[in-house]
Structure formats: structure tokens, C-alpha cells
Design a protein around this ligand. Structure first.
Ligand code: GTP
Ligand code: MG
Length: 225
């Protein structure tokens, strides 16, 4: 009997990419920039967003879609910081979000009234790297408790990201984490990465991040023009 191999993964990925292209089209039609926050669990994605909503909420209208394997804890934390609806995607076991979930979530978001879209992906340094959600850029959050070598051990996530937030810098005095080495490793896999150095806990270093977001949305030009 002959064997016929069906490559399900390829088909699923092709469908995801098709939907991601449609998502990108919808966002760009409304001029809404979008960032997909990716990282290992607990690096500080939600904390970074909490602070960002607090600090920029008066200047930017930000929409958030969170993804978690289980619970909508992050969406609830973020909903406490914004009047906007925060969409919680529970992946029910999947280690990443996909573009169909984003497309569905977008149906409930008034893009005409949105300056910026954040997606907080499932905490996982492997799976989300392969899935295009239609975002403009991935931002990898890399906390100083993880060890300098993570870009070398999980290169795809760093390759696929345009921005890297090195978070929890308030803990540097207590850890043997070499920031220069971590940056060098990350640049080894992606020389184009742009870095931010933050503490989402104390607010240290967050100004550069806020300026970047304001520039991304055109808010800085509007203000200075
Ligand atoms: N010291 C310190 N702790 C932080 C910082 N940012 C986040 N944390 C703490 O790290 C823990 C995890 O933070 P979260 O914001 O929930 O991390 P996350 O990446 O959203 O986690 P998952 O969504 O579960 O992957 C919490 O206890 C935060 O208070 C920081 O800059 N410094
Ligand atoms: Mg979170």
C-alpha cells in the first residue's frame, strides 16, 4: 500500500500567514501600529503594559489583547488600568497565539479610535516565534533573572524580534547578570535589535520606551509640529 504524507503543520501555518496578512491589512488601513510582546513566563510583559497604560493612557488610546494558556489574570490586571475593553484569549493548552484569535479579537475593537495595539503573547520563548499575528513588530522582553545566554539558546525569538526590552534592571545589584554580555549575545543572533533597559517595577528606564511608543504612533510629531 502506498503512503501519502499530509503535512498538516505546513497547511496550518499557511492558513495562519494568510489570516495574519489580513490582520496586518486591517490595522494598516486604520493606521494602527501593533506590537507583539513575547518572552519566557514571568519576564514582566504584563507589568510593562500596566505601567505603560498608567503613564501613556492620557495621551494614547491603547488596545490590548492578552494570550494565556489558562486564566484571564493578565487581562483582568490590565483592565484595571484602562477604560478600554481588554480581550483575553485563553489558548487552552496551546503555547502561542495565532492570527485567527487576533482577527476575532479585532472584531470587538474600534480601530478608528485606537492609536496603538498591544498583544501580550503566551509566556514561552519558543512557540510564539514561529507565528505571525499580523503585528508590525515583535518585542522580546528579556529579564535579568533569566541569564545572559538566552538569546543563544532560543535564537529564533531574538531573530524574529525587532526590539528587546531588558527588564528587571532594579535587580542587577543582586545578580551576576552581565548586561553587556547579554546584549552582545542578542546582537550575535540579530544585529538589528534595538534595546530598552527597564524596570517595570520601579519605572527606571521606562522613559525611552514611552518615547518610542509615542514616536511609533506619530504622537511626538503631532505634539512638536
Ligand atoms: N524586580 C522586578 N520585578 C518585576 C519587574 N517586572 C515584573 N516583575 C515581577 O515579575 C513577576 C512576573 O511579572 P509579570 O508582569 O506577571 O510577567 P509576565 O511576563 O506578564 O508573565 P506571564 O504572562 O505569566 O508570562 C511579578 O511578580 C512582577 O511583579 C521588574 O522590572 N523588576
Ligand atoms: Mg503576563
Amino acid at each position: 500500500m502506498a503512503v501519502r504524507r499530509i503535512d498538516v503543520r505546513e497547511k496550518v501555518m499557511a492558513k495562519n500567514d494568510e489570516l495574519a496578512t489580513a490582520v496586518r491589512g486591517r490595522l494598516s488601513e486604520h493606521g494602527v501600529p501593533s506590537l507583539n510582546l513575547v518572552s519566557s513566563p514571568g519576564s514582566g510583559k504584563t507589568s510593562l503594559l500596566e505601567r505603560t497604560l498608567d503613564q501613556l493612557g492620557g495621551r494614547l488610546t491603547m488596545a490590548v489583547i492578552t494570550g494565556d494558556v489558562q486564566t484571564q489574570n493578565d487581562a483582568e490586571r490590565l483592565a484595571a488600568r484602562t477604560d478600554r475593553l481588554v480581550q483575553a484569549v485563553v489558548t487552552g493548552g496551546a503555547c502561542h497565539m495565532d492570527s485567527r484569535q487576533i482577527a476575532t479579537a479585532l472584531d470587538e475593537i474600534d480601530l478608528g479610535e485606537t492609536d496603538l495595539l498591544f498583544v501580550e503573547n503566551v509566556g514561552n520563548l519558543v512557540c510564539p516565534a514561529s507565528w505571525d499575528l499580523g503585528e508590525d513588530a515583535k518585542v522580546v522582553i528579556f529579564s535579568v533573572t533569566e541569564g545572559e545566554d538566552k538569546p543563544l539558546k532560543y535564537p529564533r525569538m531574538f531573530e524574529r524580534s525587532d526590539y528587546c526590552v531588558i527588564n528587571k534592571i532594579d535587580l542587577l545589584p543582586y545578580l551576576p547578570f552581565d548586561v553587556d554580555q547579554a546584549v552582545a549575545y542578542a546582537r550575535e543572533v540579530n544585529p538589528e535589535l534595538r534595546f530598552f533597559f527597564t524596570s517595570a517595577l520601579t519605572g527606571e528606564g521606562m522613559d525611552g520606551w514611552y518615547e518610542f511608543l509615542l514616536e511609533l504612533t506619530g504622537a511626538v510629531t503631532e505634539i512638536t509640529a
